[in-house]
Design a protein around this ligand. Structure first.
Ligand code: COI
Length: 354
């Protein structure tokens, strides 16, 4: 049985809230006044505390820095009309955090600790939840090794934290993506399905090369033969081909996105034809050339529903139909926003009020 969690709170002396322009929020640059921290020592979690947001002391010998033993999550909170914080699918994020933890040889975090820590932090910084359209409070839980040892072995000590960031859209315009057929994000048997720091660190260089060519992001392909579409790193990818919603089936090299799952559930709920299966690069490029790809978009917590306007492959840019003609992506974006903000019913019980 888990005993009741005691959380110490140290409040900031002066809030930074008045300095923030909520009408012009970038993604990931503004952080709220407080953060949650907890320690895993001698086999159990403890020391849950809320502190003023700020730098933290870490050993220069921690495996988190040397070997990337670090995992994270991303979720969002919105304001309800009655002033509550509405958090979208937090238990699904915890489930995925614990899947990542197992893969990276880290301890699982019990549900009671996660939810109590999260709700106390949200309550402390409730005024930081934006109410502006298109903005939300981005919640970043993360866990890393706190050992002081540069040998390779399972760590014993860990730190869990949550920081909060009022944020606007990750992509402010429809995105241009390039199908990557040289570099690899994840391979079979690797860590691609985990939200492990190294998956992201290793993607920066190939993404930068694509950005230098005028793309925003890559579409990764399988690490074996670069024949099959996987995901985009910051989001899962989906296509409406003819009248069917098609997305790569999950595997151990694709992150099981919570927005991805929400989109699929809504599409099936609406009676749309949905296929989760392998999509070869050839099939996609052929369908693009035949004008059968009606819509293409990314789905992710930070990205929400990000329209894809161009898909580049082997030097050819395939342009997708105009955004205003994308019936499904526009509808699902609006529906998800309305459910998250509580202005439409939540048929799947996704929103947790705090
Ligand atoms: C998220 O969507 O929450 C993510 O973690 C993507 C991130 C790389 C910004």
């Amino acid at each position: 049985m888990v005993e009741t969690l005691k959380i110490e709170i140290e409040h900031v002396k002066r809030s930074r809230l008045p300095e923030v322009d909520f009408t012009n929020l970038p993604f990931g640059k503004v952080y709220s006044d407080h953060m949650l921290m907890a320690d895993f020592r001698k086999g159990s979690w403890g020391g849950f505390r809320i502190l003023p947001y700020g730098h933290i002391p870490v050993s220069p010998a921690t495996p988190a820095i040397h070997y990337g033993q670090s995992i994270f999550e991303g979720m969002k909170a919105y304001h309800s009309s009655s002033g509550e914080a509405m958090v979208f699918r937090p238990l699904d994020n915890l489930k995925r955090l614990n899947i990542s933890a197992e893969r990276m040889c880290m301890p699982v975090l019990p549900e009671e600790f996660f939810m109590e820590g999260l709700s106390t932090l949200i309550d402390t910084d409730r005024r930081w939840i934006p109410s502006q359209e298109g903005a939300s409070l981005y919640i970043r839980p993360f866990m890393f090794s706190a050992d002081e040892y540069i040998g390779i072995r399972p760590s014993q000590d860990f730190t869990f934290m949550i920081i909060l960031s009022p944020a606007g859209a990750y992509y402010s315009t429809p995105v241009r993506v390039k199908i990557e057929t040289h570099y690899t994000r994840a391979v079979q048997g690797g860590t691609g399905y985990a939200k492990a720091a190294g998956n992201y660190g290793g993607s920066i260089y190939p993404s930068k090369l694509a950005q230098d060519q005028g793309y925003h992001q890559l579409i990764w392909t399988d690490g074996k033969a670069h024949q099959y579409i996987e995901e985009s790193g910051t989001m899962n990818v989906m296509f409406v081909i003819d009248d069917t919603l098609v997305t790569p089936a999950l595997s151990d090299s694709i992150l099981a996105g919570i927005t991805r799952d929400s989109v699929l559930k809504l599409a099936r709920h609406w009676g749309m034809n949905v296929e989760e299966r392998k999509i070869s690069v050839k099939e996609l490029v052929d369908a693009l050339e035949q004008g059968r790809v009606k819509e293409a978009f990314g789905a992710g917590t930070a990205a929400t529903i990000a329209h894809i306007e161009v898909i580049g492959h082997e030097g050819v840019d395939h342009r997708l139909p105009p955004v205003e003609k994308r019936e499904f992506a526009n509808k699902v974006y609006k529906e998800l926003e309305a459910i998250k903000r509580g202005t439409k019913p939540d048929p799947f019980g996704w929103v947790v009020k705090m």
